[in-house]
Design a protein around this ligand. Structure first.
Ligand code: TXA
Ligand code: MG
Length: 309
């Protein structure tokens, strides 16, 4: 174990990856705990630091489409989605093309690989400096909400990192949308790129609910705080924290006073963490509209409340 790192430079961080160390990496979605995807020992250290079951595969982060095409087999649908949404918060699950570049452990033994090109300039600079893909699960310990600020990332898994990049608060605040393009296109995890945006490019998406084995990360209580979470609430019970939403909402944790879903997504995990620290009795959350980005927000909220099996 290393001492908890303070912010370092991209060059220092790339050097740490080369040496098999782990790096706290900001992305536009959430902070990741990064490792060289080709180094099984480094990847093993990521699973250990998170307490993550090794049957749950990691996302390989690439600098650009060219690097992505070296590790995964792109069909016309994958090309179209990458052209439209990369760099950005969309992960594609594709047949693996180079089994050494993203080691077996990182793929949890699957013959598929999850690939994404993050939009955050520091993430891009880090991957480009290393010159090959970087695996990066969200930097939380397994079962906890993803960190969306540098201090939260350091608190979660900083002790295991050899270097840490402070990229400020994450603009999106929710993990990437995960789409599998193996047979029929499937939405494995809703995220910042909405279902409608994806369907506009490649047509209808099949549901992933019957497909839990293929996205092992979709486990119950995956994003859970310690305090019980109560959804669709009209107000807090005594002792509860209150996460309101929209112009009528009151209190210090209004997810978006103007009722904007993008703002609510950006605030969600930070507010859940803050409320969890101060209100062990429970967290009450106002109803969030289900359209657009609301699908991803409600997905994370249901998991936080322990409703999804
Ligand atoms: O926004 C994000 O995607 C963040 C940032 C750091 O990039 N990363 C992230 O990684 O959320 P993680 O490990 O917390 O979530 C990866 C998800 C999991 O649900 C995992 O099961 C799924 O992607 N996944 C990875 N590889 C897969 C594969 N080959 N087939 C199906 N699902 C896969
Ligand atoms: Mg995660």
């Amino acid at each position: 174990m290393n001492a908890t790192p303070s912010a370092t430079s991209t060059e220092r961080a790339a050097q740490a990856l080369t040496e098999g160390g782990l790096v706290l990496m900001p992305t536009e979605t959430v902070y990741g705990l990064a490792a060289d995807a080709a180094n099984p020992r480094a990847v093993a250290a990521v699973y250990e630091a998170k307490g993550r079951p090794s049957f749950n595969p990691l996302i390989a982060h690439v600098a650009d489409l060219e690097m992505a095409r070296r590790i995964a087999r792109f069909d016309a649908r994958a090309e179209a989605l990458a052209a439209r949404f990369w760099p950005g918060p969309l992960t594609l699950v594709l047949p693996v093309a180079d089994e050494a570049a993203v080691c077996d452990l990182a793929r949890a033994g699957f013959d598929t690989v999850a690939v994404r090109a993050p939009a955050h300039p520091m993430a891009h600079a880090l991957i480009a400096a290393l010159g090959r893909p970087v695996v990066a699960p969200s930097a939380n310990r397994s079962g906890r909400p993803s960190p969306t600020t540098f201090p939260d990332a350091v608190e979660e898994t900083g002790a295991a990192a050899a270097a840490a990049l402070d990229g400020g608060p994450c603009a999106v605040g929710l993990e990437s949308t995960v789409v599998a393009l193996l047979d029929r296109p499937r939405l494995l995890r809703p995220g910042a790129v909405t279902r409608a945006q994806i369907e506009a490019v490649i047509g209808p998406l099949a549901e992933a609910e019957d497909d839990a084995k293929r996205s092992p990360g979709r486990l119950a209580r995956h994003y859970a705080p310690n305090a019980p979470v109560r959804l669709e609430a009209t107000g807090p019970h005594p002792g509860e924290a209150w996460l309101s939403f929209g112009p009528g909402g009151d209190g210090p944790w209004n997810l978006s006073p103007t009722g904007e879903l993008a703002e609510a997504a950006a605030n969600l995990f930070a507010y859940l963490r803050g409320a969890d620290r101060t209100h062990p009795v429970g967290i009450a959350v106002a109803p969030i509209p289900h359209e657009g980005l609301g699908e991803a927000i409600n997905d994370r909220l249901k998991r936080a409340a322990g409703f999804v099996g």
